[in-house]
Each structure stands twice: as C-alpha cells, then as structure tokens.
Design a protein. Structure first.
Length: 291
C-alpha cells in the first residue's frame, strides 16, 4: 500500500503539467483528462524502477496516447483536416486568480492558435507542441511520432509556419481596451469603427454545434454589425479571460449563451471565436466568471 501511495503521489506531482500537454495537443478538456488518466493506468502497471526521469516518461506516454487519439479523429490518418468545431475554451476571471487554469494556459494558448493546431496533421501538432511549448528535444519526440529526429524537426517547422499570426498580444489590459472599443462600436452598430478595429485579414468563427460558420476579411466581418449590436444589447456581458486573452461570457436570462474569444495583435482584432454550442456550453466551468 505504501508503494502504491508513493506512486500515486509521484503521478499527482506531474498531473497539472500532463494535462497542459494533453490540452495543447488535443484541444479538448475531456479528452485531455482521458489521456492523463490513461497515463496513470500505464504507470500503475509498469515497473519504473529504472526510470530516472518520471516526468519525462509520463510526458512521453501522454504524447503517445494523444497521438493515437488524434489519429482516430481522421479518416486519412496523417492528412490535415478542415476544422469543423472550435476547441474547448478555458475561461477564467480577470480579477480572481485560478492557479490550475493559469497553469493550463501558461503560454496564452488562444482559441485561434488551437484552431490552427487542429488543422495540422497529428505528427506536426505533436512535434510542435512538445518542442516549442514544452522544450522537449527532437530526439525524444522522434520515437513518439515514429520519425527520424531531422524529420521531426521539419514537422515542427512546418507547423510553426502555419501558426504565424495566431498568437495574441501578451498585454491583456491592452487587449481589453480594444475589445471594449469593439463592444461600444457593436452597441452603436458603428460599421466604420468596427472596420477600424478589425484587421483586414480578420477571421470570425462561429460554432453553434453544427458546421462552423467562418467569415473572413474586415469588411465582411464588420458587415455583421447588426448581429453584434443585437448580441451586445440583448445579452448580459461578462468580461473574462478566454484561453489567456481578452474575451466575453454572454448570458441570456441568466443562462450561458455564448463564449467569445478575441485575438488582438497590434491593437487590431485578428480573430473572433464565438462558441455557442449549447450542449458543450453546459459542460464548461464558468463559475469563475458567473459565480
């Protein structure tokens, strides 16, 4: 019993890190928890007496589990797919710290970045996440993706090129000022101000549970001014941090209606991700924002 407890304690010391790895690879909180649980099962039935770095061993196991899970999503295993749904958002309060969620999103893994990661092949995504986000050497990643280290390096490089422009401005107060200006323009149905705040290449993604609606370009997105005005006047708007960036949780008659994440770069909104899938909304932890 003592040995089992010791093993469980060693695992718990790494759980937060493992969940962060799995969430970045999978973009799903539920699947990330499943991957971490599977890593525990494998640890429990493995003799790790000679394992010097249990954290590295567990990260490798989680990586392999996540890779298998990614591949089961695809009919053509290594081919990138069009993204059909937004990843699970992680929502925290702007004023009340949440250490667990902050650890999960320590690198400000915005929804826009996760959407791009979803479009990568499983091997590209794994190589990029493990190397660029968790500093794992290519020679340790290579066996997980069944590639040579040099090929693994190329996979991460390909992914890096794809995600350019998907990372937000790290200054959260600056992001919030832009989002507040957007809300003011939305309430007034001010097309010209919306256009000024939007990057010319902005992309709006709206996931209501069916096929995701995507609108591209500043003029086209600003053309949704009436929709923005209606949302801003009908819903009760709660400022929140959505995946490390300025965002909103909107309620209607006291019930969650939508979560919106903004990607802000150089004082322009480059992406708006609207999550309004009511089935998935009910599974999100919104307590930090809604109480």
């Amino acid at each position: 019993m003592h040995d089992e407890q010791l093993l469980a304690d060693r695992f718990e010391a790494h759980r937060t890190h493992l969940r962060a790895v799995a969430y970045r690879i999978l973009g799903s909180l539920t699947e990330a928890d499943d991957a971490v649980q599977e890593a525990w099962f494998r640890l429990a039935r493995t003799d790790t007496t000679d394992v010097a770095n249990i954290g590295g061993w567990l990260t490798t196991v989680v990586g392999r589990v996540c890779l298998d899970m990614l591949r089961t999503r695809r009919t053509r295993h290594e081919e990138p797919l069009e993204v059909e749904h937004l990843p699970d958002p992680v929502i925290v309060s702007e004023t009340t710290p949440d250490p667990e969620h902050e650890a999960l999103l320590a690198d400000s893994v915005g929804l826009a970045l996760l959407v791009v990661l979803d479009s990568l092949s499983p091997a590209e995504r794994l190589a990029f996440v493990l190397h660029d986000m968790f500093a794992m050497p290519y020679d340790q990643i290579a066996p997980i993706v069944d590639r040579a280290p040099q090929t693994t390096k190329k996979l991460a490089s390909q992914a890096r090129r794809r995600i350019q422009g998907a990372t937000p401005d790290p200054d959260l107060p600056r992001q919030r000022r832009v989002v507040d200006a957007f809300l003011t323009a939305a309430r007034g149905g001010d097309f010209d101000e919306l256009l000024r705040l939007l990057d010319p290449d902005v992309v709006l993604r709206a996931d209501a549970g069916e096929a995701m609606r995507v609108i591209r370009g500043g003029t086209a997105v600003a053309g949704q001014a009436e929709t923005f005005r209606r949302m801003a006047t009908v819903c009760t708007i709660h400022p929140a941090v959505v995946n490390g960036g300025a965002g909103l949780v909107n309620t209607l008659d006291g019930s969650p209606f939508s979560v919106i994440g903004f990607t802000v770069t150089a004082d322009r909104i480059t992406a708006i991700d609207i999550f309004s899938d009511q089935r998935r909304l009910t599974g999100l932890d919104l307590s930090a924002v809604l109480g």
